[in-house]
Design a protein around this ligand. Structure first.
Ligand code: NAD
Ligand code: UPG
Length: 437
């Protein structure tokens, strides 16, 4: 099939490459010239494992191209809308201006029989609004809301082998003509047995925000338990192991630490609360305020603990932060807890050095006043305290014996609870985890 993908960021670039991998003829369209020029040269404009290789592979087939020219959407049967829906400045709600602009700029190139497929995460009610606009201008064009559940760091395999597909269509019915068309797009993963659920538009939009709210709640739940463990001398990692063995609970997303960040969970729970307020249902989601508050408290707690570890205040102390990305295997620093902590420590007078295998360029763009060092050994040299804030494998594998000689004082705060406390203590380190003794 002929496909256009509008918006080639963390979601769209991967989606475009994966659709070409599935055998479709794909054009990726973005307003960002630099991104398009990278993608056109089969280079990934961001770090996502496997994406660069996939881009080279599919571009050789001639099935994938990228452009800034929206007119190239003309002739595609399906138009995936993958533009950003960030948090509005100074407000909780989602900024829908990119989605609205993308839809408007697509309008002149739509033809009867085309399918517009929304993948961006949007406030419930958006799809109905866009469907009315499309119906008025192009009665022969259908809209589907097909939310995306990929995780950064696993985006390629999550796109090609998702847990499920969700199709939101106007009448919520399996017989809607758009269902068969989308089935053709996803024929290969569907043939592998990926479940596919058809529902009405608002339910499909809500599935996405509900899923992210549940994940955020699970993380904040375990972080609340970490607060209690810290107060009582218990160990949150053992607690998570034990409750996670109950199939009804599960161990995934029970990793206590500095909390969630990124371009999705924080802004999505806030946009969800804002939308609930607009719908007069704000009480239903008041718990998400607490989820957000618990999450933000983790960052403050790490700053406090670092001060405690320093002994006599933060002023002039050399703090090395291991990790800048919001999670490992990504260069994404949107709402990164690690950088937020690094910036707070610097504001309080510490001399902060940040290192990360992939995210330093993005970090420096967002926090230009922090000091960045690429080489881990160089970054940790003469540190008064080490903070492990993003659990890249290479930081998990650090040898406490070797490292001890290069720091000024052997003190480590394990913000992701991934180091072995016994091993680090045996090597002479003062080890501090979050919610574990
Ligand atoms: N990143 C993820 O892991 C992920 C996963 C699932 C869903 N989502 C959702 O997908 C959407 C996109 O997220 P993202 O992380 O890819 O954001 P992003 O900022 O990385 O990418 C958005 C892209 O859209 C482009 N764009 C903006 N306006 C445009 C226009 N009018 N025409 C063409 N391109 C335009 C931007 O230049 C940018 O490249 C959001 O709604 C997000 O919540 C993201
Ligand atoms: O037990 C855990 C699990 C995750 N995190 C943190 O939570 C954040 C988000 O992690 P993750 O959900 O793996 O990353 P994302 O790539 O943001 O993916 C989420 O957001 C996407 C965009 O909506 C969705 O598509 C995905 O399904 C959803 O998992 C990161 O800062 C993690 O460090 C924890 O602190 N503890």
């Amino acid at each position: 099939m002929r496909i256009s993908v509008i918006g080639c960021g963390y979601l769209g670039a991967v989606h475009a490459a994966c659709m070409a991998k599935l055998g479709h003829e794909v054009v990726g369209i973005d307003v960002d010239e630099a991104k398009i020029s990278e993608l056109s040269a089969a280079r990934s404009p961001f770090y996502e494992p496997g994406l660069a290789e996939l881009l080279s592979e599919v571009q050789e087939t001639g099935r994938l191209s990228f452009t800034t020219n929206m007119a190239s959407a003309s002739g595609s049967d399906i138009h995936f809308v993958c533009v950003g829906t960030p948090q509005k400045k100074g407000e909780n709600g989602a900024d829908m201006s990119y989605v609205d602009a993308a839809i408007q700029s697509l309008f002149p190139y739509l033809a009867p029989g085309d399918l517009v497929v929304g993948k961006s995460t949007v406030p419930v009610g958006t799809a109905d609004r866009i469907a009315s606009l499309i119906n008025a201008a192009h009665p022969g064009v259908h809209l589907v809301w097909n939310p995306e559940f990929l995780r950064e760091g696993h985006a390629v395999s999550d796109t090609l082998h998702p847990d499920r597909f969700v199709y939101g269509v106007a009448d919520g019915s399996e017989d809607h003509p758009a269902v068969a068309t989308l089935d053709e797009v996803y024929a290969s993963p569907l043939a592998e047995g990926t479940p596919r659920l058809v529902m009405d538009l608002p339910t499909a939009e809500l599935v996405k925000t509900a899923a992210n709210s549940f994940l955020a709640t699970k993380i904040s739940f375990i972080n609340a338990m970490a607060e209690l463990c810290e107060a009582s001398g218990a160990d949150v990692t053992r607690l998570a192991d034990a409750i996670g063995m109950d199939d009804r609970i599960g161990r995934k997303f029970l990793h206590a630490g500095i909390g969630f960040g990124g371009g999705c969970l924080p802004k999505d729970i806030r946009a969800f609360m804002a939308r609930a307020g607009e719908l007069g249902a704000d009480q239903a989601l008041t718990f998400l305020r607490e989820v957000d508050a618990i999450n933000m408290r983790r960052r403050t707690r790490v700053v406090e603990l670092t001060r405690e570890l320093c002994g006599d205040g933060l002023l002039g102390k050399r703090i090395t932060v291991l990790g800048a990305a919001f999670k490992p295997e990504s260069d994404d620093v949107r709402d990164s807890p690690a950088l937020s902590i690094a910036a707070q420590l610097q504001l309080q007078g510490a001399v902060v050095t940040v290192t990360d295998p992939k995210a330093l360029e993005n970090a420096a763009r967002r926090f230009p006043d922090l000091q960045y060092v690429e080489d881990t050994e160089e970054a940790v040299a003469n540190a008064d305290v080490l903070l492990l804030l993003t659990e890249w494998q290479e930081y998990r594998d650090l040898d406490p014996h070797m490292l001890k000689d290069s720091v000024s004082r052997p003190r480590v705060l394990d913000g992701r609870n991934v180091l072995d406390p016994a091993k680090w203590r045996a090597a002479g380190w003062h080890y501090r985890g979050l919610g574990r003794p």
